[in-house]
Write a protein that binds this ligand. Sequence first.
Ligand SMILES: *[C@@H]1O[C@H](CO)[C@@H](O)[C@H](O)[C@H]1NC(C)=O
Ligand SMILES: *[C@@H]1O[C@H](CO)[C@@H](O)[C@H](O)[C@H]1NC(C)=O
Ligand SMILES: *[C@@H]1O[C@H](CO)[C@@H](O)[C@H](O)[C@H]1NC(C)=O
Ligand SMILES: CC(=O)N[C@H]1CO[C@H](CO)[C@@H](O)[C@@H]1O
Length: 463
Amino acid sequence: MKWIQLLFLQVYFVKCCISSNFNSHTPTSYGFTLDNSIDHYTHLMKNISSKHESDSEYSSFTFSEGQEIKTTNPGDEYDFIIIGSGPAGCVLANRLSENPDWKIFLIEAGDMENIAHDIPLQAAFLQSTSSNWGDFTEPEPGVCKGMYNQRCSFPRGKMLGGTSTINYMIYNRGNRRDFDKWAAEGNYGWSYNEVLPYFMKSERSRLGKFQDQKYHNKSGNLNVEYVNYQTPMVHAFVKGSQQLGYQKIDYNGRTQVGTSYVQANTVRGVRHSAASAFLTPIMNKRSNLSIYLNTLVTKVLIDPQSKVAYGVEYNQGGTTKYAYSTREVILSAGTFNSPQLLMLSGVGPQNHLRELDIPVVQNLPVGQTMYDHQSHAALTFIVNTTGFSPATNRLNPLDVVDYIRGTGTLTMIGGVEALTFYKSPNSEDPPDWPDAEIIMLGGSYSSDEGTAIIRGANIRQDI
Ligand SMILES: *[C@@H]1O[C@H](CO)[C@@H](O)[C@H](O)[C@H]1NC(C)=O
Ligand SMILES: *[C@@H]1O[C@H](CO)[C@@H](O)[C@H](O)[C@H]1NC(C)=O
Ligand SMILES: *[C@@H]1O[C@H](CO)[C@@H](O)[C@H](O)[C@H]1NC(C)=O
Ligand SMILES: CC(=O)N[C@H]1CO[C@H](CO)[C@@H](O)[C@@H]1O
């Protein structure tokens, strides 16, 4: 499949750089010219790929004509309706459709991945396209002061595969203690020992010898590998961390405090999103799995008496339609859209719902709490040698040739190279519970010349 990409990469980058006059943009406007390029090349790729068979294990995209990948009759009954095809929705669609007695309906608001999503180094660009829902925080005093309108961006993928199609592909399971804490708070089934088998079941590790074997699996769907291309700086970073007493570890293994080259969800240097890992291999092979793209669920239908969800209302091409479930409606629409949809369906804080004339099905504090990492682009080191950092908007043909071979700068996951999980001096948690993470990138805010990273993060030009 990669050779097809070869043909168009060059054109793609030339086009992308010509068509995007990146210098003076209103930072909050989404859907700028890159989208047009993506559309254009998607069409070209569709045309070409329809004439060639794809490599079944590794192909990361399957194109479908029109909006539906496969459908039964709209309005049909299904056993399970899954709202949102992020990593959760993709895995569930895959696993539930293993049962031939069940009919599954997966509904996605966005479209399908294409060449632009595949190239790991391009991650930052995707945040300024329609593949991102384009959510921003509301302005708050003292918060997001370096951002336009004092609003931080919250990139969320609107695409088959969800945020795994636009993120930086770092493979990082949570810390054992976090899971155990959630379980202790009453979330049954979420302790580390209970979730680890599922991480294992999903994983196709290509990490080689250096890993805690007990914590990895080689035969799951989701590929995990080291980044093939490394700048000389990353070795200095890992060595430096070791000199400070942080051991080189497998941070998805027994312990997390330490330093490591990053583990990535890529396949031979191509992004491996949840969609390419869990849907592509079964696409068009399971007649009981229907997937709708570009389809927005507007309401979960809930019986006000029994409080049981029995279906969904959705919008497709401007028409309101309904689908009904005999077993479950699964809401996996993401951090923002899941609570929003619950509230639109009458489940939420009743005063707020009444303000909006939404009939209250159940008064609950939906959408009231959110945790996120606080992050800070800390230190930038200027090195005295050119060619150290892969500029994301300048490419030469050799990069493309390397990419085809599964190496070179394009396979870098947005430039992320290594991680150190560490404990700050103030931490009062147990010794194996890090409270901070240092991410080392082979590049800086300026290495893409302002074309992607700062735009995606909504950072002001004058900063
Ligand atoms: C794809 O192929 C069809 C017919 O073969 C052609 O009409 C169309 O213009 C092509 N699209 C692109 C984007 O090349
Ligand atoms: C590895 O993955 C396969 C496929 O998902 C699964 O059947 C198997 O149980 C997994 N092995 C372990 C040790 O988790
Ligand atoms: C950087 O390179 C220049 C030119 O080669 C040299 O004169 C200078 O001493 C170097 N600076 C450092 C800090 O290495
Ligand atoms: C309920 C239903 O439609 N089941 C079908 C799921 O897919 C398998 C394999 O194609 C069929 O055998 C089932 O009839």
